[in-house]
Write a protein that binds this ligand. Structure first.
Ligand code: MRU
Length: 368
């Protein structure tokens, strides 16, 4: 049995080592492994915008380290000046990408920490900001691990799972959300296979999910997005598991563009469709999916591919980065506190108001 810890040596999107903040440049994967050093809120914002670091939890972690970079650069002559400097950094980072709520969740955590310490010397507050960034990353690891363990309710020996985009180690601190149950099943010695949609236009499925699953020894097959119906129709898929960028209070889930289509296909083929979603991705202030702001990206991502035009010059293109899957298409929501079923509004509220995590004992992997 492989040790989960060892599976991920080298697959970490954000690394904080010897005081250096490093992001694995996911735009270069799988061809090249290169790192980008973050030394300011601006460089962090640019990295998030360019998808050097991407995936909701990883964006939150990256933003927390962006705040740390800004904090280091701040002068130490008084709380008010420091606070104004950090507020500017926060606004800058908050404007990087609008959909993944983890970004705002992490920025809020760092900001709250700062405001709670207004009586302390700025030098001490800076140390606390560092501590908070490291804590956010570490907690995410535990959250993902717990999602993997609870995911054993879904992922059984011999199953084939279809996923869309990348909700794996590369999108989190480690293990992932949608991929965590796959890694946990692998750890138990289960034979689990994964079909991954390539995920146009930026190919997070084929470039990133296939990369990390292959590295971890999980059997993975890449398909184009348009093939999902066909493989479901052949009876090859037992369950779909996807990640989430923001979940509304009623369980509607925003995730990578194309996810809604996968959910509809799953429904048509009577295949269960699960959303893996840490509680940091649930936004109780957003009541329904239609209230979620969907990022629109450069249309050139649709009309060009690998630097070449794939559509006639001057043609219009539409490029929303995410879509919303209505809660009635979701068979279950997999969180670090367990798998919940409909009614989602009530069950999400119950989970959010209980405080088992962080600080609660981690769930234990079932035997057998
Ligand atoms: O545009 P991206 O690559 O940031 O989109 C990522 C996704 O849609 C993921 O599925 C989602 O963030 C969940 S990551 C655990």
């Amino acid at each position: 049995m492989q040790n989960l810890q060892n599976l991920f040596e080298g697959i970490q999107p954000v690394v904080y080592r010897d005081g250096r903040i490093l992001f694995l440049d996911q735009t270069a994967l799988p061809a090249e492994t290169r790192w980008i050093e973050i030394d300011s809120a601006e460089s962090c914002r640019d990295a998030i915008k360019r998808l050097v670091v991407r995936g909701a939890p990883a964006i939150g972690i990256a933003a927390a380290f962006g705040m740390l970079a800004a904090s280091r650069a701040a002068a130490e002559n008084g709380f008010e000046g420091y606070c104004a400097h950090m507020k500017k950094a926060r606004d800058l980072l908050a404007a990087s990408r609008p959909t993944a709520v983890n970004l705002f969740w992490a920025l809020d955590r760092v900001e709250k920490k700062i405001l709670a310490c207004r009586d302390r010397p700025v030098g001490e507050i800076k140390a606390l900001v560092e501590e908070e960034a490291v804590k956010i990353q570490k907690e995410d690891q535990e959250v993902c691990r717990a999602i993997g363990v609870h995911g054993q309710e879904i992922v059984k020996d011999g199953m084939t799972v279809l996923t869309h985009c990348n909700a794996g180690a590369l999108a989190t601190s480690r293990y992932g959300t949608a991929l965590a149950p796959i890694y946990a099943a692998k750890e138990r010695g289960f034979d689990v296979k994964v079909f991954v949609d390539e995920t146009r236009p930026l190919l997070q499925g084929s470039r990133l999910t296939a990369y990390e699953l292959l590295q971890s020894g999980v059997h993975v097959t890449v398909i184009t997005d348009g093939m999902a119906a066909s493989v479901m129709g052949k009876g090859w898929i037992d369950a779909c598991i996807v990640g989430c960028d923001r979940m509304a209070a009623n369980g509607d889930a925003a995730n990578k563009i194309g996810t809604y289509g996968v959910a509809l296909l799953a429904k048509a083929h009577h295949i269960p469709f699960y959303v893996a979603c840490p509680l940091s991705t649930v936004d109780p202030a957003t009541l329904e999916g239609k209230d979620i702001e969907i990022e629109e990206r450069d249309p050139a991502e649709v009309t060009r591919f690998m630097g070449r035009p794939t559509a006639p010059a001057g043609v219009e293109a539409y490029n929303p980065a995410f879509d919303v899957t209505p809660h009635h298409l979701i068979s279950g929501i997999l969180t670090e506190k367990g798998l919940i079923r409909a009614p989602y509004a009530e069950n999400l509220e119950r989970l959010l108001s209980s405080s088992r995590f962080p600080g609660s004992p981690a769930p234990v992997m079932p035997r057998g």
